[in-house]
Design a protein around this ligand. Structure first.
Ligand code: ADP
Ligand code: MG
Length: 624
């Protein structure tokens, strides 16, 4: 076996991303450098939580050691030392955790930096993300970490000046835990002042449930923070900024919470929830695992931040903690699956969260609009995943619409429906396609159409077919254009009487053959000459495009081509369809009209060279 003591000190290069991050930290001009302390305290507190958790099954790992963080100022040596009695790090942990970027948040930070054009925006990003341990190098030009992992009697020291490499060597430490010594930069002397440090701790770390003690020289250490789990304190005692800092600590996010939901459930099940809605969608919101990030505590002991049984996937944007009274403390993470107590809690908490969203929608519509903009897509997953709560979620769902600015609800849509209108009309469309030809006849008749731009819409529309007794009807379906029953189009008038297009349609059918399912005169068009629709019973246009793009559909079913009998071009063609020697012109025009309808619909043209040739033929005729 290799004798480790023989290896005095080993040098390692930082992972390239870390080196870049450190370069930024070392040269940081970020004015709020004080956040380094928040980051280091947050790590120390997490380490204490983890030690307490491991001690649930192996009590000897904790014994009667008090969990605490002690911060010591040494002005003469210009050092600031943070010592914790947490879980500690092994040699491998030190190399892995403090030499690479494992945490996706930090990786994301680096991406954002790469994307940022000017150097000066890096400081803003530091504030937005917080960058963990490495932020120590904003205030220190040398950092030494001495750590001993719980259950081991070996200690190791990690040391670096943040300039590209670090060393790891054997060291001594009396007990389990981690000590971080910061050799402060000349211009960071303010962080060796006791009053300054205690004010920083109270600002950012008051909510930390572990005592944070501060001392200078040989004096006794004072506990600076409240050191009580925030969620156990009465709401009336908690200020908004305490909630916000706690949110940042537990979520690893750095925005302001959009909404805070703090309540205690009593009765059959006892638990406390402190849950937050972020104001910005977290970067990992669309990870395929769709994991909940809410932390589970049992009687104030941290159990896991990876518990799928607390909230359904469609509420995975929520952050915060749930502290349960009715679970056994020695519950293992595996035992959390299929646990009936947790299942009952999940049900109750889901109801509470949805109820709170409904309250927000009712009382604070502007905040709710912000929420919807960030998380609506995720919440809509619940429409097909949670049958029991479908109606509740449908009421919370908001839409863009041709009828109003901003968001609208289904209930509001119904209240604006025209007399005689029986269905809720919608168009599933790509963003910004509000000028789709299918909309024309609806617009002309003053009928509102909901514009559904999220791919997820195609999924829930497969199972939700009505709201409040009104069917949901896609306007790209042939039958939806039974518009004449809903009144005359205002701006059509006598200027654009219809032409009889039956003969033209017969000729076009001969030309286009199988590339269309049918050709019909359109009720829905006012400005455009043609458009494509799906036949009754066929799949909606966008859905079939999407499935085809993902190889879930072999071929898109032929569409119905609708032509506009009020359009000048169609009228011309209709006239010529009765004349001798016009067949070639009509054939060319028919194919180009189909090409055009496909382009407008955003569908690929199956025969690009053919299209190109048709275009030049037409241009040639113009030039002759
Ligand atoms: P994060 O806390 O988001 O994981 P950090 O950069 O703050 O990112 O810390 C990196 C990792 O280093 C932590 O996840 C943890 O594993 C380890 N670590 C940092 N400080 C300590 C500490 N005081 N005790 C034990 N482990 C620590
Ligand atoms: Mg951290």
């Amino acid at each position: 076996m290799a004798d480790r003591d023989a290896v005095k000190s080993e040098s390692f290069g930082f992972q390239a991303e870390v080196a870049r991050l450190l370069h930024m930290m070392v040269h940081s001009v970020y004015s709020e450098r004080e956040i380094f302390l928040r980051e280091l305290i947050s790590n120390a507190a997490d380490a204490c939580d983890r030690r307490r958790y491991e001690a649930l099954t192996r009590p000897e790992l904790l014994g009667d050691t008090p969990l605490e963080i002690v911060i010591t100022i040494d002005k003469a040596a210009k050092t600031l030392t943070l010592s914790d009695t947490g879980i500690g790090m092994s040699r491998e942990d030190l190399i892995e955790n403090l030499g690479t970027i494992a945490r996706s948040g930090t990786a994301r930070f680096m991406e954002a930096v790469k994307g940022a054009e000017t150097k000066s925006s890096a400081p803003d990003l530091i504030g937005q993300f917080g960058v963990g341990f490495y932020s120590a190098f904003m205030v220190a030009d040398k950092v030494r970490v001495v750590s001993r992992r719980a259950g081991s009697d070996e200690a190791f020291a990690w040391e670096s000046d943040g300039l590209g490499s670090f060393t790891v060597e054997p060291a001594t430490r009396d007990a389990t835990g981690t000590t971080i010594t910061l050799h402060m930069k000349e211009d960071a002397a303010e962080f060796l002042e006791k009053y300054r440090l205690s004010s920083i701790i109270r600002t950012y770390s008051d909510h930390i449930a572990i005592p944070i003690k501060l001392t200078e020289g040989s004096e006794a250490a004072d506990t600076v923070n409240t050191a009580k789990a925030l969620w156990t304190r009465p709401k009336s005692e908690i200020e908004e900024k305490d909630y916000a800092e706690f949110y940042r600590h537990t979520s690893g996010l750095f925005d302001e919470p959009l909404r805070t939901l703090h309540f205690r459930a009593e009765g059959k099940l006892e638990y406390t929830c402190l849950l937050f809605t972020p104001s910005q969608a977290p970067f990992d919101l669309y990870d395929p695992e769709r994991k909940s990030k809410v932390k589970l505590y049992v009687k104030r002991v941290f159990i896991t931040d990876d518990c799928e049984e607390l909230l359904p996937a469609y509420l995975r944007f929520m952050r915060g903690v749930v502290d349960a009274q009715d679970l056994a403390l020695n519950i293992s993470r595996e035992m959390l699956q299929h646990n009936p107590v947790l299942a009952a809690m999940k049900k109750a908490i889901t109801g509470k969260v949805l109820g709170d969203l409904a309250k927000m929608a009712e009382n604070e519509p502007e905040t709710y609009a912000k929420f919807w903009g960030q998380f609506g897509k995720v919440l809509k997953e619940g429409l097909y995943e949670d049958f029991d709560r479908r109606d509740d979620i449908l009421k919370l769902t908001r839409f863009k619409s041709t009828g109003v600015e901003g968001w609208t609800s289904l209930g509001e849509y119904i209240s604006r429906m025209k007399e005689g209108q029986k269905a809720i009309y919608y168009l599933t469309t790509e963003e910004g396609a509000a000028s789709s030809p299918q909309l024309e006849g609806f617009k002309a008749r003053g009928i509102e159409v909901l514009l559904l731009t999220d791919p997820i819409d195609d999924f829930w529309l497969g199972v939700v077919t009505e709201f409040d007794g009104k069917p949901l009807q896609s306007i790209t379906k042939a039958s939806s254009a039974d518009l004449s029953a809903l009144g005359e189009a205002k701006d059509l008038g006598e200027a654009a009487p219809e032409t009889d297009v039956s003969r033209l349609i017969a000729v076009m059918k001969g030309v286009l053959g199988d590339s269309v399912k049918d050709i019909r005169a359109s009720e829905r068009l006012t400005d455009s000459p043609v458009c494509l629709v799906a036949d009754e019973g066929d799949m909606d246009l966008r859905l079939s495009r999407m499935l085809k793009a993902h190889d879930r559909l072999n071929a898109i079913a032929p569409r119905v081509l609708e032509i506009n009998p009020r359009h000048a071009l169609v009228k011309q063609l209709a006239e010529r369809s009765g004349q001798e020697g016009q067949y070639d012109t009509i054939a060319l025009a028919s194919q180009l009209l189909l090409d055009q309808a496909r382009i407008l619909e955003g569908e690929p043209l199956p025969d690009l060279p053919g299209f190109s040739k048709r275009m030049s033929d037409v241009l040639l005729r113009l030039a002759q």
